[in-house]
Design a protein around this ligand. Structure first.
Ligand SMILES: *Cc1c(COP(=O)(O)O)cnc(C)c1O
Length: 331
């Protein structure tokens, strides 16, 4: 290893090996990895870039940061991208970011088929989907690249952090350089393509590298990752059966059988007349709960002034009925 490079280099190799991709590039955040992917792809000013309407604000923000224009695609009741709406809006677009919100995965086979037919390049936002398998494979197997987060709410937690995984050597090399590998610093990376891919003209340096300190938090968390995923699945199954017995008005949003979920969080749909009681009951029991529909919630697209307003039926169904901007008082 080059002096001082060992931790980030190891973490990149771990992400590449774990997800089964040839290359991995670390960054300071998943939002940065998404931006670097768009830049390396060559997104143009004001170009439409599709993304889920129900996703974390970092996704439309990355598109806005790249100077492009977010186009929101509708959402299904299981929190995933609506493939029909995607197929309609993808006509004429060159690139899309598909999010797997809370590890819920859309019908990737259909998305890949639509993308191939319409010549749309896919970037997958698997920020909260590390370890999620679709038909036995890590998500992103039909995309140009897949971006992961190691922010503090994710299963591998380094406070902040991001990774871009890809099999595309030109993309990997450009993302390494854009992230801030100046002069010959790219040499130190090991989950990278051959030297020939680094010979192009200089690219801007966005200074979005991961720190060694961050990477040193990530490395030990891979040791028991699969065991932790298995334990989470057991706990999730327990909650599912408890909530199923509790009331017909509480529905746990799950993943289909062909998806191996990573259940580090739990999403429920609660009949609207019970929402306030459910929320208060959870608070009293010390269970942290967040409502996607709050205007303060970063996943509520009604609060994204930088993404064009839209009247999509899907996300509103997911977000719940409109309500006052303040959550019930804490007890
Ligand atoms: C956490 C998350 C992000 C953002 O990740 P950062 O590392 O905080 O930039 C993006 N998309 C989804 C779906 C997320 O859950």
């Amino acid at each position: 290893y080059a002096p001082g490079a060992a931790e980030v280099v190891q973490a990149e190799e771990m992400f590449a090996r774990y997800t089964g991709r040839r290359y991995a590039v670390a960054s300071n955040r998943c939002g940065s990895s998404l931006l670097l992917a768009l830049k390396a792809y060559g997104v143009q000013p004001e170009e439409p870039v599709l993304c889920n309407a129900f996703t974390f604000s970092a996704v439309p923000s990355a598109i806005e940061h790249a100077g492009a224009r977010p186009v929101l695609v509708d959402t299904c009741s299981d929190l995933t991208l609506d493939v029909e709406d995607f197929a309609q809006k993808a006509e004429g677009a060159r690139v899309a970011i598909v999010s797997h919100m809370r590890g819920k995965v859309t019908d990737l086979g259909r998305v890949y088929a639509v993308a191939r037919a319409l010549n749309v390049t896919l970037i997958e936002d698997a920020a909260h989907a590390l370890g999620v398998l679709h038909c036995g494979m890590h998500v992103g197997y039909g995309a140009l690249c897949t971006c992961y987060s190691t922010q503090s709410n994710k299963i591998v937690n380094s406070g902040e952090g991001g990774f871009l995984c890809t099999d595309d050597p030109a993309l990997a090399a450009d993302v390494i350089r854009l992230s801030g590998a100046f002069e010959s610093a790219w040499h130190t990376h090991r989950a990278r393509p051959d030297a020939e891919y680094f010979r192009g003209p200089a690219l801007p340096n966005y200074s979005m590298r991961m720190t060694e300190l961050t990477a040193s938090c990530i490395i030990p968390q891979f040791a028991d990752l699969e065991q932790r995923i298995a334990r989470l699945e057991q706990r999730h199954a327990l909650f599912r059966s408890y909530l199923a017995r509790l009331s017909e008005d509480v529905e746990v949003i799950t993943v289909p059988n062909h998806v191996r979920g990573v259940h580090d969080t739990l999403q429920v749909r609660v009949n609207s007349h019970l929402i306030d009681r459910f929320e208060l009951g959870a608070q009293v029991r010390g269970v942290r709960i967040a409502r996607f529909g709050h205007m303060e919630n970063a996943r509520n697209h009604h609060s994204w002034s930088y993404a064009p307003p839209s009247s999509l039926p899907g996300p509103d169904h997911v977000l719940g009925p409109p309500f006052a901007t303040h959550p019930p008082a804490r007890r």
